[in-house]
Design a binder for this molecule. Structure first.
Ligand SMILES: NC(=O)c1ccc[n+]([C@@H]2O[C@H](COP(=O)([O-])OP(=O)(O)OC[C@H]3O[C@@H](n4cnc5c(N)ncnc54)[C@H](O)[C@@H]3O)[C@@H](O)[C@H]2O)c1
Length: 417
């Protein structure tokens, strides 16, 4: 039977500024008390929204449904009322991302302007009656919304205004990721996995990471999975095979038009893609632009950005960390380049071919062949990331950086901000 929360707890929650709904759940309070005792900056846990403020008792629920459930995980999502989140949240709540035995608490962050919209999102989630969705909290304070987060999916970012260069976008959104990095540092679980989607996502991930020293550097990711998925689709079409036959399809470097979709190491049905397709001119001149410019091509047809396939790629990126990688395969993700085996300079968030045992951790695969052609492409995307880093030096405590990207060619992936 559902019961309302005890009054004392409701009073405690009424102090929170997150939601107008004055209630909170017992275990969130306990988590905050532990953090405060450990010396972290005190902050309120987020209040539960609507139906989620009602207590539940899994003991009294249908055992065939809940018997093998794991402990509830807290997943914070920023930009939660935006286009990508509009697809992703329902995938997360349904269990298709973390598993059908994984109950979930969604902690949704919006901006001041999207406060009302966030309530609409929470109402949609309420009405969807997902059994695994145990709690939803909404708010605009990252310190509250990141409370105890096991995962932080950082989608929220401001779009580029008229006349703004990529360098301006780096600065504008960099400030958001500096603040949110600090909030992660104070509030999130130290083992929190962070996936940055908001652009420019590699450098935003770097900024968040550098501002969150309590979290593991290794746990910060920038989304390059959409590029990988697009590359797989293009290879499959060219080879006349279905995309399930494509493996070892890595994206290297930045999520920009300098990205490097690696056809040298890709396989189709276990055979090197270059052998099967046998058209190096196509690989060198058409394949990469087809992948990098796909979002722009889609917008021209439909008038909308590729929010749905981006959400799918976020789901894929998460699953790649919680499900073991198939033997011989890889997945692409932008991660810290420290100690990488390919000679990429340290201190950048750079996309590499990776594999995982399915425990949330990963390793960079060591045995990809890097020929002269690939090496020159890697250098170009690496140089761009280094320049982006220097443009945001003031946000990551780095001395002496100067922004050389002003007036440079715009390398933003078309169809994105
Ligand atoms: N890495 C990738 O592959 C990839 C692909 C597509 C889009 N993107 C990027 O993802 C981002 C989101 O795309 P979208 O289509 O969902 O955009 P959107 O404009 O529909 O949604 C963004 C949301 O973020 C919110 N927001 C703005 N500032 C915020 C802040 N400080 N804290 C929390 N929320 C904030 C806005 O209110 C808005 O609701 C963009 O930066 C886009 O360029 C990345």
């Amino acid at each position: 039977m559902l019961q309302t929360k005890p009054q004392g707890l409701a009073r405690k929650a009424a102090r929170s500024t997150v939601s107008r709904v004055p209630a909170v759940v017992v275990r969130s309070v306990a988590a905050t008390e532990q953090k405060t005792a450990a010396g972290a900056k005190p902050h309120n846990p987020p209040s539960s929204y609507g139906v989620f403020r009602l207590s539940y008792d899994t003991q009294n629920e249908d055992k065939s449904l809940t018997r093998n459930w794991k402990k509830t995980i807290k997943v914070a999502v920023t930009g939660a009322s935006g286009n990508i989140a509009n697809h992703l949240l329902f995938m997360l709540a349904s269990g298709e991302v973390y598993g059908k035995d994984q109950p979930i608490h969604l902690q949704l962050l919006g901006s001041e302007r999207s406060k009302e919209a966030l309530e609409g999102v929470a109402m949609e989630l309420e009405d969807s009656l997902y059994p695994l969705l145990r709690e939803v909290s909404i708010g605009i304070d990252p310190y509250e919304i990141f409370d105890g987060a096991d995962w932080a999916l950082m989608i929220g970012a401001k779009p580029r205004g008229p006349g703004m260069e990529r360098a301006d976008l780096l600065n504008q959104n960099g400030e958001i990721f500096q603040l949110q990095g600090r909030a992660l540092n104070e509030a999130a679980d130290p083992n929190c996995k962070v996936l940055v989607v908001g652009n420019p996502c590699n450098t935003n991930a770097l900024i968040a990471m550098e501002n969150a020293p309590n979290l593991k550097r290794k746990n910060f990711h920038a989304l390059t999975r959409l590029d990988e998925n697009r590359a797989k689709c293009q290879l499959a079409m060219k080879a006349g095979k279905f995309y399930t036959s494509v493996s070892r399809m890595a994206i290297w470097g930045n999520h920009s038009t300098t990205q490097v979709p690696d056809f040298i190491n890709a396989r189709i049905g276990g055979v090197p893609a270059t052998d099967l397709i046998g058209d190096m001119k196509w690989f060198r001149e058409e394949f990469t632009p087809k992948v990098a410019l796909r979002g722009g091509a889609l917008i021209k047809k439909w008038g909308r950005s590729s929010a749905a396939s981006t959400a799918v790629s976020v789901a894929d990126a998460i699953r790649s960390l919680v499900v073991p990688t198939a033997p011989g395969d890889c997945f692409s993700t932008g991660v810290i380049s420290d100690g990488n085996p390919y000679g990429i300079r340290e201190g950048l968030i750079f996309s590499f071919p990776c594999r995982s045992k399915g425990d949330g951790d990963y390793e960079i695969i060591q045995d990809f062949l890097v020929d002269e052609y690939l090496r020159s492409k890697l250098r170009a995307t690496e140089d761009e990331l280094q320049k982006e880093k220097e443009c945001v030096s003031h946000l990551i405590g780095m001395m002496g950086g100067s922004c050389q990207l002003r007036g440079a060619e715009d390398t933003t992936v078309p169809g994105e901000n």
